[in-house]
Write a protein that binds this ligand. Structure first.
Ligand SMILES: C[S@@+](CC[C@H](N)C(=O)[O-])C[C@H]1O[C@@H](n2cnc3c(N)ncnc32)[C@H](O)[C@@H]1O
Length: 285
């Protein structure tokens, strides 16, 4: 049985310092508690008995750094995660973008792509897909590849279809009524393999790319940025940096959506956002 290795604050500081010194990768502003849990888990899976052993392994093998980054990130996600949020987007938020000729959307911290494909399906149902340009970014290269492939296990993900039904099969004008949207409109279902693949016309719509939020750097201008369940892993300083980056990356009146259980405790200097319409939604002012 694997033995849990426990580590101190100083251990974390030493590891973060070395990773930054060697590879200029900065984990210093990750919230301590979940970061510690992930490192403890990584130590066990790499068979490293201490932080110093882990540092030695990373020093000796540069490729191990990206593997370490991939292993340290928390990638939990779901198709139409928090369905009420998606119902709100459908009924109240996305209609605001309906008359735009171009709709630029960024999913920052997209994980394996479920959030991105949820958005594309919803846009298609609202006849808005044609005008949309969609970027999806993450620091985990392995999960980005999974996102690009768009193949999910239907046995493990029953909730995906329940969420789909709730968001897509409910008539947005009359909650009591259901509308028939067959799954095969969006998914190639492989019953034997118990998996489904997102159809090509949706996969082709997304530009998936590596982007590290701790490094900043605006790369496009957006009408809507979704960064859900990501800043919860950052400390307040990094949250501020990232919120400033989003502010800069949004058009005037552009919208930022964070997770249903997240908060921006105070707005960083130089940013002006108005929070309205739904929890977690901020308009750039
Ligand atoms: C819990 S998932 C959220 C996925 C999706 N947004 C959702 O809410 O379902 C958090 C994602 O943020 C990514 N992430 C963590 N730190 C990041 C950083 N510095 N830059 C970009 N992405 C990051 C992780 O790799 C992970 O895939």
């Amino acid at each position: 049985m694997a033995v849990q290795v426990s580590i101190t604050k100083e251990d974390i500081a030493r590891l973060v310092f070395e990773v930054k010194r060697l590879y200029d990768f900065d984990f210093s502003e990750y919230a301590e508690q979940s970061f510690r849990r992930r490192i403890e888990h990584v130590l066990v899976t790499y068979g490293a008995g201490s932080i110093d052993e882990l540092i030695k392994k990373i020093k000796a093998d540069k490729d191990l750094l990206q593997k370490f980054v991939n292993d340290i990130t928390v990638n939990t996600t779901e198709l139409f995660r928090d369905p009420d949020v998606w119902l709100n987007l459908r009924r109240n938020v996305l209609p605001k973008l309906k008359n735009k000729t171009n709709i630029n959307i960024w999913h920052a911290g997209c994980s394996s792509g479920e959030e991105v494909y949820s958005m594309l399906i919803l846009l298609n149902e609202m006849d808005m897909l044609f005008n949309a340009k969609v970027f999806a970014t993450d620091i985990n290269t392995e999960i980005l590849n999974r996102a690009k492939n768009g193949i999910f296990n239907s046995r493990l993900h029953h909730a995906y279809f329940d969420n789909f039904d709730k968001v897509i099969k409910t008539n947005p004008l009359n909650f009591e009524e259901t509308i028939d949207v067959p799954y095969d409109k969006y998914f190639e279902i492989d019953k034997a393999k118990k998996s489904f693949m997102i159809k090509e016309f949706l996969r082709d719509k997304v530009t998936f790319k590596y982007h590290n939020l701790t490094e900043g750097g605006i790369f496009y201008k957006f009408d809507l940025i979704l960064c859900r369940n990501v800043i919860i892993y950052f400390n307040t300083e990094l949250q501020n940096k990232v919120v400033s980056l989003f502010h800069e990356s949004l058009f005037q009146d552009g919208m930022l959506l964070i997770g249903a259980h997240e908060n921006i405790s105070y707005l960083p200097v130089g940013t002006k956002f108005e929070s309205k319409m739904m929890k977690g939604l901020y308009f750039k002012k």
